[in-house]
Design a protein around this ligand. Structure first.
Ligand SMILES: *[C@@H]1O[C@H](CO)[C@@H](O)[C@H](O)[C@H]1NC(C)=O
Ligand SMILES: *[C@@H]1O[C@H](CO)[C@@H](O)[C@H](O)[C@H]1NC(C)=O
Ligand SMILES: *[C@@H]1O[C@H](CO)[C@@H](O)[C@H](O)[C@H]1NC(C)=O
Ligand SMILES: *[C@@H]1O[C@H](CO)[C@@H](O)[C@H](O)[C@H]1NC(C)=O
Length: 302
């Protein structure tokens, strides 16, 4: 990315953050940040590949030639804002995938809904890509890939999902990188019926992840470690059979007009992302989809 003036190549949300977050840096973050891991999460597999910092606020997942590791929320949610800071495996991370996602179940069930962020590692000095995907009733194949405008291995950055009945937005440091819209008719592509857990995991995917599987994981560089902090949820926590907060009363922020569309500043940022960072968009892949999936005709600008 060109770097002429300090702000010229920066999206609006970053500028806003420079101005506003500096001023409120000590108060702007997760309200929940003092809760401990066990309050809200459990380990899915390989307890011995999970560690926390001494104060319990930073979590480390590691991958070696034996196994990876994953954790998940104890609660399910339906709609809201879901956010976490991640610092990804640095150095030679080819073949290693760190996933951060929401899913209706804790397996790869045939009728699951899922919203994915996957961070695809790379050889030292080569850029990470993020891949996002949306599953409805077990069907995905809705991949997008983006470059980032920073090195995600040097520091923590915030990765967030906004989810309501009208749209799903994937954010990186508050910049909307992907907008997935619902239609105003019943359809089979927009997941909004079932509550989801939030998950993260690290695993070996050297059969596909880096340069399509050409770059293999170098196990001599193991363990590969991704770090997490500041889990934040501002949304509707699920309670059986049906919590009050999912009903469409416009009482909650995610059920109000402002959360259903990109704001003016978000549109500027999103346009910047579209111009500069998109590597792959399934909605443009007419070789793979001679007839494009129906959701591809919905405009993210509406
Ligand atoms: C985290 O766990 C606490 C204690 O069980 C609970 O009160 C709180 O609602 C949970 N937070 C989230 C975001 O689920
Ligand atoms: C895994 O790595 C360890 C440490 O580098 C090594 O001793 C062991 O032989 C490796 N195991 C396999 C199955 O490759
Ligand atoms: C979800 O998928 C299953 C098969 O995988 C199918 O039997 C079912 O009808 C689908 N449900 C809906 C609501 O489309
Ligand atoms: C890894 O680096 C290569 C070379 O720069 C690049 O072509 C590729 O898109 C990068 N990312 C992945 C996931 O392959």
């Amino acid at each position: 990315m060109e770097n002429k003036s300090p702000f010229s190549s920066m999206p609006m949300a970053m500028i806003w953050c420079f101005i506003a977050c500096l001023a409120i840096a000590t108060t702007c973050c997760s309200a929940d940040s003092k809760s401990s891991f066990e309050d809200n999460f459990s380990i899915m597999w390989s307890e011995n590949h999970f560690k926390t910092s001494e104060d319990g606020q930073i979590w480390y997942l590691s991958l070696d030639n034996d196994t990876g590791c994953g954790f998940q929320t104890k609660q399910k949610y339906r709609f809201g804002w879901f956010s976490m800071k991640l610092k990804l495996v640095g150095g030679d991370s080819a073949g290693v995938v760190t996933a951060y996602y929401m899913c209706t179940e804790d397996g790869a069930g045939p009728t699951r809904d899922e919203l994915d962020f996957e961070f695809l590692g790379n050889r030292t000095g080569e850029p990470y890509l993020i891949q996002t995907n949306v599953y409805k009733n077990g069907t995905g194949n809705r991949e997008m890939r983006h470059k980032l405008w920073f090195d995600p291995t040097l520091d923590y950055h915030t990765y967030s999902i906004l989810w309501n009945s009208h749209q799903i937005i994937f954010f990186v440091d508050r910049v909307p990188v992907r907008v997935y819209k619902n239609a105003d008719y019943e359809n089979n592509f927009f997941p909004n019926q079932k509550p989801m857990y939030l998950f993260s995991s690290i695993w070996n995917a050297d059969d596909w992840a880096t340069r399509g599987g050409l770059e293999k994981t170098d196990w001599k560089k193991a363990p590969f470690v991704s770090s997490y902090k500041d889990f934040t949820v501002d949304g509707c926590q699920w309670k059986d059979p049906y919590p009050e907060c999912v009903s469409t009363t416009t009482k909650h922020w995610w059920d109000q007009y402002e959360a259903w569309h990109l704001t003016k500043d978000q549109k500027l940022d999103f346009a910047w992302v579209q111009r500069n960072l998109v590597i792959y968009d399934y909605c443009k892949d007419t070789e793979r989809f001679p007839t494009l999936p129906e959701e591809c005709s919905l405009s993210p600008w509406d």
